[in-house]
Design a binder for this molecule. Structure first.
Ligand SMILES: [Zn+2]
Length: 206
């Protein structure tokens, strides 16, 4: 609401009431977190960083409506959990929407090609810190491919991200979590597993 520049309608029509209203709205906007005002839709969005997803437009949301977290693949990583835990427990977020998409870069290479590329850059992966602010968090015995988390099937991946959030102990049980697949080819969202294009293009879909 605070982003609007429309003067508020007042009973008396006095100018000062319009101006005061706008000043109060701006104050609410500027000091939202200090005043414990939640996002306008009490919403957090987790989406892939891909430049083709018009995330606000596709969901029909606006500036102020949601906390938006975008990363490679729209995966529920440790920092998504960190951010979602803060958003839901302290900023009154009640709903999380995950958006993955067709033709995601996370499906564009096999695991070993990604591991080789990262290994070349780092000159070996032993002891590489995953978080430069917390150098003690290293990959250890795990495969860096598990950390990168490439994707085989975007619909399955989307469902999996939703389940990870729903099951996580730091996210309140009553948080609504849903996922969608954005089709770059049609500029539309679908529920995971509902591939209309495939169904209406083959006899198997009848
Ligand atoms: Zn992507």
């Amino acid at each position: 609401m605070a982003k609007t520049t429309e003067p508020a309608e007042t009973e008396s029509g006095r100018l000062y009431e319009d101006v005061d209203g706008r000043i109060d709205e701006r104050d609410d906007w500027a000091r939202r977190r200090r005043k414990a005002i939640p996002t306008d839709r009490r919403l957090m969005v987790v989406a892939c960083m891909d430049e083709r997803i018009p995330i606000e437009e596709s969901l029909g949301i606006e500036l102020g409506d949601a906390h938006v977290f975008r990363n490679a693949g729209g995966k529920v990583t440790d920092d998504v959990i960190r951010s979602a835990a803060l958003s839901t427990n302290f900023f009154d977020t009640e709903e999380i929407v995950v958006v993955n998409h067709t033709d995601c870069g996370m499906m564009s290479a096999p695991d070993d090609a990604v591991v080789d590329g990262l290994e070349r850059t780092a000159g070996g992966l032993d002891g590489v810190p995953l978080d430069p602010a917390l150098p003690e968090l290293t990959i250890g015995e795990a495969s860096i491919a598990d950390w990168v988390r490439m994707t085989d099937d975007i619909d399955r991946a989307c469902r999996a991200q939703v389940e990870l959030l729903r099951a996580h102990p730091l996210i309140p049980d009553d948080t609504e979590v849903h996922g969608y697949v954005y089709e770059v080819e049609s500029d539309a969202l679908r529920r995971p597993g509902e591939r209309i294009a495939e169904e209406i293009s083959t006899r198997a879909g009848r």
